[in-house]
Design a binder for this molecule. Structure first.
Ligand code: UTP
Length: 287
């Protein structure tokens, strides 16, 4: 059983400047919810109630967001605003711990910061700026693969050849359904050197033995402690599986991806869909 999730949120969010100069990227709202809340709800849907958020400078708003807000609850009760109370209640029963990553030294280093909270058990990692369509069940399906194999599982998605240099890319063999046995991983390879177009995306089920590897590692691509490098080392000790996701994912840490996520997720909401669609049709006729 996976009981805990790590949410690395200490990155600088440079692709989203100037919005992220003093505010956390993870708090940018997609429709009416901060993007990190989509990850929390996704994990909660898989029975995960304990979250370890890796934060850094300018990230205090994340702690406030998941904190109790008794005055607000009282105010909404008095106003009889049940719908908004239900929205706020969604976070009830979840526990959040926060660890500051002194410097953004990379995803691998961010995950290592969570070690004291993980009790030597396997855990999930969700990158808040990778938004998975809430109707898809990626994390749930990855947990099933982990339960069957007892091995680490990383989420994969096919990307265009021109995009491989933006991702960690795997070499592997399809073993069953959507599951690959990974042979090796390479971080941001040049287009002509990529072993496939299967990119690692921001959902992982990791085993506690990754921590010793992360603790002993040297910085890799971009001077950062890369999770990809640690997974490569772990591969010499145990099997790691990749789970190919065929649903909808948005890279909301990128401005265009964020806009697409906002439009698609707003179109799924009954209260916005008709009006937004009408507006999109109107402007596309004008172009
Ligand atoms: P990204 O590279 O997507 O995020 O890292 P970033 O560094 O915030 O954004 P850009 O590239 O400068 O625009 C993936 C995830 O890992 C976290 C980020 O917060 C993001 O959720 N991260 C990254 C850390 O927590 N610590 C780090 O040192 C680096």
């Amino acid at each position: 059983m996976i009981k805990k999730a790590v949410l690395p949120a200490a990155g600088l969010g440079t692709r989203f400047l100037p919005a992220t100069k003093a505010s956390p990227k993870e708090m940018l709202p997609i429709v009416d919810k901060p993007m990190i809340q989509y990850s929390v709800e996704e994990a909660k849907g898989c029975g995960i109630n304990d979250f370890i958020v890796i934060t850094g400078k300018n990230k205090r708003a994340i702690e406030d967001h998941f904190d109790f807000a008794p005055e607000l609850v009282e105010y909404l009760k008095q106003k009889g605003n049940g719908d908004l109370l239900d929205e706020i209640d969604k976070m009830k029963g979840l526990s959040f711990a926060y660890i500051r990553q002194g410097k953004p030294l990379g995803l691998g280093h961010a995950i290592l910061c969570a070690k004291p909270f993980l009790n030597n058990a396997s855990f999930a990692v969700l990158l808040g700026d990778d938004i998975i369509d809430p109707d898809d069940k990626l994390l749930y399906e990855m947990i099933q693969v982990h339960n069957e194999t007892k091995a680490p599982v990383v989420a994969l998605q096919e990307v265009a050849q021109a995009e491989v240099s933006r991702y960690g890319i795997i070499d592997g063999n399809l073993v069953k359904g959507n599951t690959y046995e990974i042979k090796s991983l390479v971080e941001k390879p040049p287009t002509d050197k990529a072993p496939s177009n299967l990119a690692v995306i921001g959902r992982y089920i990791l085993s506690p033995d990754i921590m010793d590897i992360l603790a002993d590692m040297q910085p890799g691509a971009g001077g950062e402690y890369q999770l990809t490098d640690a997974l490569n080392i772990l591969l010499s000790e145990r099997k790691i599986y990749g789970y190919l996701f065929k649903g909808k994912r948005y890279d909301a840490g990128d401005k265009l991806g964020f806009l697409k996520a906002t439009i698609d997720l707003a179109l799924k909401r009954p209260e916005f869909s008709a009006g937004l669609l009408e507006y999109i049709r109107m402007i596309s006729n004008r172009l």
